[in-house]
Design a protein around this ligand. Structure first.
Ligand SMILES: *[C@@H]1O[C@H](CO)[C@@H](O)[C@H](O)[C@H]1NC(C)=O
Ligand SMILES: *[C@@H]1O[C@H](CO)[C@@H](O)[C@H](O)[C@H]1NC(C)=O
Ligand SMILES: *[C@@H]1O[C@H](CO)[C@@H](O)[C@H](O)[C@H]1NC(C)=O
Ligand SMILES: *[C@@H]1O[C@H](CO)[C@@H](O)[C@H](O)[C@H]1NC(C)=O
Ligand SMILES: CC(=O)N[C@H]1CO[C@H](CO)[C@@H](O)[C@@H]1O
Length: 705
């Protein structure tokens, strides 16, 4: 850098030596002069090593000679590019050693130096020149060819090479070009061939130049023209926000507003299943160009490219990878068992082994596919289940052998013994034999009994032993056999018999046994028939039977009841409630009748209705006799007739009429009726001598009762 700078400066100085005569251009820089006026000089030097700061170089600074110069220095500004009636140009640009070159407009002459040098003390050398109107004697009264202005034309005739003194020409910009407002657009011929003016410049009609934007540039095509386009672009690492292009409109204004260049950022990096990247997890923005590397998590391996990059467009590119679970392959089969589930063999799956029934697992039941792609542990095995060994019981034998799962053992006892517990036992999955332990027990039928009204007779109760059954006196043996033997089944060969009690034939009062004899003992089940004396009857069944020592019932001889109802009776009726011995039947007569001799009852006596037979006889009224001095008549359907004194059959309902002889009068009732053997009214009238005229009859018939 410093070398380049030095070389560049040397080239500038060499270039200036060709152009400018005021600067002392020696191959060797001169010594510092003594009369420097108001110049200030920097530190004197011979080589760059003499200058303390690395920014300073040992350079030739005119009258100051070799001095330490700051290569970044600039000289004070020369204001604008114009000076009165002229302009100045700095070649190549404002820095140490640059030259300000002055020129005057036409018609003016430069007084002073034409070039000034930028010196080490930041001043320009010498004095600025001036442009003074050229003074000379006007010899010619005309001017030659008028001045040419780029992109402009004048009002005068073309191709006329001579214009008289005082001629004026009006300049105008060509189409598509414009001039500034405050310019001189005329040219005057001031004589002696000199034109004064114009000072207009015509530039493209269009919009102002646009400045670059921060972190970007603008490129205008074509420049400064209506319809021109300004195209913006950003530096690498930045992206454009806004319109990329603007158009110069007819009013000289750019449309829209300038865009901006913003730093390119990528967002959250892409996610890969089962993988992580090397950026902090909470970082959400990344600069363009950032690269990330992805790594698969434990148990997974990578396939593809692991890098991801944030591009200038703010997009992540990549990674092109996947993380695959490690596959452990089939974990193996086991005999007499199975695997659960049988198909997933990738990390982090797990398989469990089970044994078939009757087998037990040795080893760990499960294996896991590990992150290194291998199954944990070793394959377990299924071993058959075994039960404890069994032995034969005392007094017995064991049939069958083996003690693995499912084995069957049977137990048989010697004669006279029986199996107590399980005769068959099987080895189960729980390593235990089914059922209960088998023992052989001697078969014992036990003492038979109890035998009521008897006893059993024997000594031993084991298989083959015999017991006898005995009944006491006054009992009857009732059973299949008098003895029984103890069988292999533990049962006696015969059922226990019964000893049924005998009964004594009872004597009953006023009765006798039909067949047999009272007081004797008869067997169970024997039937006895009784009969009673005349007029007596058994109150219960006549046949009784002996039942295990007792009679269910002993009947009595009781007076017999009447077998038939009491006899009917003419002209009356009977009333009775029972026909037992001693019961009475009562008799009643119809109206107009009465019981003869007042015999009104019959009594049931030992089965016969006894007593005077009740009879109903007509209830006649007594003959009324006669009435002194009077006559008694009987009234009937066919009139009345004199009632004779010998008539005895005077029936219920017959009526009498009493009448007196002439000159006698009746005192008392005029008549009477026979009612149930009695006269009503009961009193009879008297006939007394009539002293009074005979009164009309007053009698009237009695009301019916
Ligand atoms: C040039 O003009 C300036 C003022 O405009 C004057 O001071 C100066 O003396 C003039 N120089 C010459 C050589 O005429
Ligand atoms: C042109 O001349 C006029 C009048 O002297 C002056 O005001 C103007 O600044 C000049 N313009 C330029 C561009 O030199
Ligand atoms: C008969 O008389 C006897 C002895 O009094 C008695 O036990 C029995 O129950 C009587 N029978 C009837 C049917 O009344
Ligand atoms: C017979 O009678 C006796 C004594 O009363 C009794 O113990 C026994 O059980 C009876 N037998 C039957 C078969 O009823
Ligand atoms: C109704 C009957 O004949 N009863 C007789 C039953 O036996 C006793 C005694 O022998 C007699 O006194 C009863 O008269």
């Amino acid at each position: 850098m410093t070398g380049v700078m030095y070389k560049k400066t040397a080239i500038v100085v060499a270039l200036l030596c060709n152009l400018i005569y005021i600067i002392e251009c020696n191959d060797v820089c001169g010594e510092r002069r003594d009369n420097l006026g108001n110049r200030r000089c920097s530190k004197r030097c011979a080589t760059n090593q003499d200058c303390v700061s690395a920014k300073k170089k040992c350079l030739c600074d005119g009258a100051c000679g070799l001095s330490c110069i700051n290569t970044n220095m600039k000289c004070v500004d020369i204001e604008g590019s114009r000076i009165p009636h002229g302009h100045v140009e700095i070649i190549p640009f404002n820095q140490f050693g640059a030259v300000a070159k002055y020129r005057c407009d036409d018609g003016y002459t430069l007084f002073g130096i034409t070039g000034r040098v930028c010196q080490g003390d930041e001043t320009w050398s010498r004095q600025a020149p001036t442009c003074n109107l050229t003074r000379h004697v006007i010899e010619k009264q005309e001017c030659g060819r008028p001045p040419q202005v780029n992109h402009a034309h004048h009002s005068g005739p073309r191709n006329v090479m001579s214009h008289p003194l005082g001629s004026t020409l009006l300049y105008e910009c060509d189409a598509g070009f414009t001039a500034r407002k405050d310019v001189v657009v005329r040219a005057w011929c001031v004589g002696d061939g000199v034109w004064v003016g114009p000072n207009l410049t015509c530039s493209h009609a269009g919009c102002d130049l646009l400045p670059d934007i921060p972190s970007g540039t603008v490129h205008i095509i074509p420049p400064n023209m209506i319809g021109g386009r300004a195209r913006y672009s950003c530096y690498p690492g930045f992206h454009l926000v806004g319109r990329i292009e603007r158009t110069c409109q007819s009013d000289g204004q750019w449309d829209g507003s300038p865009p901006s260049c913003e730093k390119v950022v990528c967002g959250r990096p892409p996610e890969v299943e089962h993988a992580s990247h090397d950026a902090p997890t909470d970082q959400l923005q990344f600069q363009a160009g950032t690269q990330l590397t992805y790594t698969c998590v434990f148990g997974y391996y990578r396939e593809g490219a692991p890098r991801s990059m944030c591009t200038g467009e703010g997009q992540w590119v990549g990674p092109r990878m996947t993380c695959k679970a490690r596959n452990c392959g089939a974990p193996g089969e086991i005999n007499n068992g199975w695997r659960d589930p049988g198909y997933k063999f990738t990390f982090p799956s797990r398989v469990t082994y089970h044994c078939n029934e009757g087998f037990e697992l040795l080893g760990r039941a499960f294996r896991e596919c590990q992150s290194n792609g291998e199954w944990s542990g070793i394959l377990p095995t299924c071993e058959p289940i075994e039960c404890q060994e069994l032995g034969p019981p005392l007094h017995g034998t064991m049939i069958g052998s083996g003690r693995t799962y499912g084995s069957l053992i049977r137990f048989v006892c010697n004669d006279g013994y029986k199996v107590v517990g399980s005769a068959e036992r099987r080895c189960q999955a729980d390593r235990l034999w089914s059922g209960q332990e088998a023992r052989c027990e001697e078969i014992d039928c036990g003492v038979p009994g109890p035998l009521w009204n008897g006893y059993v007779d024997g000594h031993r109760t084991t298989v083959g032993s015999v017991y006898f059954f005995r009944c006491y006196a006054r009992t009857t043996f009732d059973g299949p056999a008098f003895a029984a033997q103890c069988l292999e089944t533990g049962q006696w060969s015969q059922n226990l018999p019964k000893c049924l009690g005998q009964c004594q034939v009872p004597a009953i009062l006023n009765g006798s046994v039909v067949a047999g004899q009272e007081g004797v003992w008869v067997d169970h089940g024997t039937a006895i028939t009784y009969t009673c004396k005349e007029g007596l009857e058994l109150n219960d069944t006549s046949e009784i039977s002996c039942n295990n020592g007792t009679w269910k019932v002993i009947p009595r001889c009781v007076p017999a009841p009447c077998k038939t109802a009491p006899p009917q009776m003419d002209n009356g009726h009977r009333v009775f409630f029972n026909m037992n011995h001693g019961d009475r039947a009562r008799y009643f007569c119809m109206e107009g009748y009465r019981l003869r001799n007042d015999h009104r009852y019959l009594t049931c006596n030992f089965g016969v209705w006894e007593g005077p037979t009740p009879q109903c006889e007509e209830n006649f009224c007594p003959n009324p006799g006669s009435i002194p001095n009077g006559q008694i008549y009987k009234k009937g359907h066919f009139g009345k007739f004199i009632f004779k004194e010998y008539i005895v059959t005077i029936k219920h309902g017959d009526r009498l009429e009493y009448e007196c002889q002439r000159n006698y009068k009746l005192v008392g009732p005029s008549g009477a009726a026979c009612v149930n053997g009695k006269w009503s009214p009961p009193n009879r009238p008297r006939c007394i001598p009539a002293r009074h005229p005979i009164l009309p009859k007053l009698w009237r018939p009695m009301e019916e009762q």
